[in-house]
Structure formats: structure tokens, C-alpha cells
Design a protein around this ligand. Structure first.
Ligand code: MLT
Ligand code: MN
Ligand code: ZN
Length: 315
């Protein structure tokens, strides 16, 4: 299994366009501190790539990775679709950015799909531009990532990169009922936010990707205990960070993000896992956005990594 880390920042990115905080100013002064919105690319069994969460940066994120570049046909792309862990704007606005595609698969749980169709009207808006196929992300069992692509001629796949015949399998482990603000009154469902589980039958490797964690349910704990690699929500260092920095009147947990450190903190849980563990979806207020911050040493002592843009994880 090959995971390309396309971005590691929370909504707004680092730097955020309207923010002069030390994290954002630091990233303007030191370009290596920049982080695009959190996203991954994963290769399916048929050699095509899926992007996990379509961010506002998706065009640049595809340009950054030669594996995702089009060719050899003039309008032939190895990017087959998008898998969503939630319906948040920082994870979905990029879908519209892919409207030049001939066709596009979007794989999501039912509440996420419904929010995109009923609230953002993405189905109606995109229909004149491209053919979007909506696929259900299973909450139980697993299903091949490379699903049916209706109307795709065989010839289209024959020239795409192959080599991974493993048939990556996916499922979404319900994490929380946290809805995006634009769908605050939408029906309750435990799969508004999921942890994406990726399983490679050829190597037996499992990865978990959960950039938004409002809770740590038992099923997530089970999956994390069995996983080889766990990449999770590192939005805030501690619960008071959003209030202390003045970005919100709510705590981190109140905003739907378990903090890294403290009572509800995820670091202690990660430290007990045998998996390789990494944080992603860093907010610009998080001290970890400064490479010199002492918090990096604290995580290193626990054996936990901080993901960075351009990182490649092979399992
Ligand atoms: C979140 O991660 O909580 C959301 O992306 C925040 C937002 O973009 O409004
Ligand atoms: Mn977010
Ligand atoms: Zn900032």
C-alpha cells in the first residue's frame, strides 16, 4: 500500500489567507513550514488513484505529485475519484475543482452524500460539467476501492500505471455525528464523520485515516489496535487552544477535535498502539506548526510522528 500525503493542515491551511498569527506569518517567512489542506492519495488495485478528501488545494496537490499527473492521452488522468471522511468544506470544496473530469467517483457515507447533494447542491451544480458517480462507503465489512466506473472503455485503463494488483479495500468506521456548520440541522447519524480504513490483502497491511475525531469510539480503538499505520486528527495541541488563541469560544473538543494532549488527549492512546502513528490536519494555532517547538520532542518521546506534505508512506 502506498499513501501519498498531499496536505496536513486544518481548514484555512497554513498560512491562512486572512491570518497574521505567528504560525501563518512563520509559514510566509519560511516556505518549508507551509502546509496545504489535509489530504491523501491512495492507489487502488487497478492502478488508478483516489484522493482522500478533496480540498480547496486539490489542483496544486495533484500538480505536486508526478504520480497524479495526466497522460499519456491528452485528457487521461490517473485520478479516478474521491473518498470522503466527512462533509466539511475543507474536505469537499475540491470536488467542484475536478469538474473538468470526464467522470468522477465520489465515495462517501449516506449522510455526507446527502449533505453534498441537498445542502451544497453539488449534484445539480456539477451535472452540466461532469458525470459524478456516487458510491456508498461501507460502514461494515470492506469493499474494493476500485469500483465500477460506468461507461469507462476498457482501453482507458490499459495504459494506466499498473503493478498494484492487490485490490485495496476500504470501509468507513463511524466516529461521530458531528455535522458541518452548513448542515447543522441535518438528521442525526453516527457516520457524519468516519475513520477511513484501508486494507491491502496482498501485504496484509491496514491503515487508518481519521483527520477529524470528535470522539474515540470502541470500534475505532479496535481498528487502531489492529492497524499498521494510524494517521489522525492533530488539529489542536490542547483543549483550551481555540479559546486561548481567540479563534473560537469553544474548546477543541467542543469544536469536534479531540486535542493531542491532556485528559481527552489522543497522544496517550496512540502511544499505546503498536502501529506507526502520525498526526495530520494541524490548525495554524497548533504549536507543532513551528518545527522548533518543544511539543515535537514530547511526541517523539512517545514514538508519534507529525505528518508533513509530500510524505510517502509505504506499508
Ligand atoms: C473542522 O475541521 O472542524 C472544519 O473543517 C472547520 C471548518 O472548516 O469550518
Ligand atoms: Mn477541517
Ligand atoms: Zn494563522
Amino acid at each position: 500500500m502506498l499513501l501519498l500525503v498531499l496536505g496536513t493542515a486544518a481548514g484555512g491551511g497554513i498560512p491562512q489567507w486572512n491570518c497574521a498569527c505567528s504560525g501563518c506569518s512563520g509559514a510566509r517567512a519560511h516556505p518549508h513550514r507551509r502546509r496545504r489542506h489535509a489530504s491523501l492519495a491512495v492507489r487502488s488495485g487497478d492502478g488508478r488513484w483516489y484522493v482522500v478528501n478533496a480540498t480547496p488545494d486539490i489542483g496544486d496537490q495533484i500538480e505536486d505529485r508526478p504520480e497524479l499527473h495526466p497522460g499519456p492521452g491528452r485528457r487521461q488522468t490517473p485520478v479516478a475519484g474521491v473518498v470522503l471522511t466527512d462533509a466539511e468544506l475543507d474536505h469537499t470544496l475540491g470536488i467542484a475543482r475536478l469538474r473538468e473530469a470526464d467522470r468522477l467517483q465520489v465515495i462517501a457515507t449516506a449522510p455526507v452524500r446527502q449533505a453534498l447533494l441537498d445542502r451544497l447542491h453539488l449534484g445539480a451544480v456539477l451535472a452540466p460539467y461532469t458525470c459524478v458517480t456516487w458510491r456508498e462507503l461501507p460502514r461494515r465489512g470492506t469493499e474494493p476501492l476500485a469500483g465500477d466506473m460506468p461507461g469507462l472503455p476498457d482501453a482507458d485503463t490499459s495504459v494506466l500505471p499498473t503493478g498494484d494488483t492487490s485490490g485495496l479495500r476500504i470501509s468507513g468506521i463511524p466516529v461521530s455525528g458531528k455535522r458541518p456548520r452548513y448542515a447543522a440541522d441535518a438528521p442525526d447519524d453516527d457516520a457524519w464523520v468516519v475513520a477511513l480504513r484501508l486494507y491491502d490483502p496482498s501485504s496484509g497491511a491496514t491503515a487508518l485515516y481519521a483527520p477529524a475525531l470528535a470522539a474515540w469510539p470502541d470500534r475505532l480503538q479496535q481498528a487502531a489496535a489492529e492497524a499498521d499505520c494510524v494517521i489522525v486528527d492533530g488539529t489542536f495541541w490542547d483543549d483550551e487552544e481555540p479559546r486561548r488563541t481567540g479563534i473560537s469560544a469553544r474548546t477543541a473538543t467542543g469544536m469536534g477535535h479531540l486535542p493531542i494532549e491532556g485528559e481527552n488527549g489522543t497522544a496517550e492512546r496512540l502511544a499505546r498502539l503498536s502501529a506507526r502513528c502520525l498526526y495530520t490536519h494541524l490548525n495554524n494555532t497548533n504549536p507543532l506548526v513551528d518545527p522548533a517547538a518543544s511539543e515535537h520532542k514530547k511526541l517523539a518521546r512517545l514514538g508519534i510522528e507529525v505528518a508533513y506534505d509530500g510524505m510517502v508512506i509505504e506499508l
